[in-house]
Design a protein around this ligand. Sequence first.
Ligand code: HMG
Ligand code: MG
Length: 297
Amino acid sequence: MPVDVRIVEVGPRDGLQNEKTDIGTANKIALIDRLSKTGLRSIEATAFVSPKWVPQMADAAEVMAGIARAPGVSYPVLVPNEAGYERARAAGAEEVAVFTAASEAFNLKNTNAGIDESLRRFAPVLARAKADGVKVRGYVSTVLGCPYQGEVPLTEVVRVARALHEMGCYEISLGDTIGVGTPGKARAMLKAVAGEVPMAALAIHFHDTWGQALANALACLEEGVAVVDSAVSGAGGCPYAKGASGNVASEDVVYMLHGLGIRTGIDLDLLADTGRWLAALLGRDTGSKAGKALGAR
Ligand code: HMG
Ligand code: MG
């Protein structure tokens, strides 16, 4: 088990990209500013994707312009291609994330490109980022199952993760996009990838559709992964993975980690307050059990 875990808070991006309720740009900025005060070191702020494909992220530049960047906190943004990279840089982004999948069928739906075509699109992004001193994270989606093709071969997960790492992504986030994985499968997947990419360059990104995300995360922590993606209040999902629910709730992950004696640097009370505040804006109860329990005190 790691001694320290870095949480990558993806709520403002993954959490909000699939929400029908538009909380508005000012509230998105307020969300990120609140999260910046919790001790988080990485907050994925928004996505410079096509607004025709994902209208919820159309205000990406306004969000980046409005947030108060806290020292020591990085604010990565999603970019699907060079056009996205240019928009992100014009908006002042200093870290970006490229994304592809281990499933050809999913990647075609999500980005209108096959896996290898998407990797080709990333090459100029990686080259420009290197020249600009911009850090690039890489996502592999559908690592434990695909909404269109079902089973995803582990060999593909490993191949795509290794390709992103070789291209220069400093960290590869392994996404169970539809939350179908179970702990044994999650552990085996991570071990297979860690055979080709150093564990220190890996992160896990689990959605909680089947209620397995926390258990899957624990299995992977036992293998030594030290970066966990999660979303405050468990908000979100992927517009191209129908029925998939949000990421594992950040509050639940932090509560578990602290209970295990693992440091995160995060103030759980502040995080849970933010989760309940966001849930109220979205017109529902928080999707975090820890957040609910803390709120009932
Ligand atoms: P396309 O339609 O094939 O793009 O979309 P194109 O290159 O043919 O361009 C078509 C139009 O889009 C053009 O405009 C371009 O300028 C414009 P027009 O001439 O028609 O006016 N365009 C852009 N505009 C703004 N920003 C851009 C951009 N690029 C092109 N970056 C594309 C291809 C990749 C752009 C599109 O499919 C797309 O934006 N997809 C994003 C889908 C998405 O955001 N999905 C959710 C995020 S991934 C996820 O949630 C999974 C993750 O959480 C991990 C996990 O859980 O597994 C990361
Ligand atoms: Mg996701």
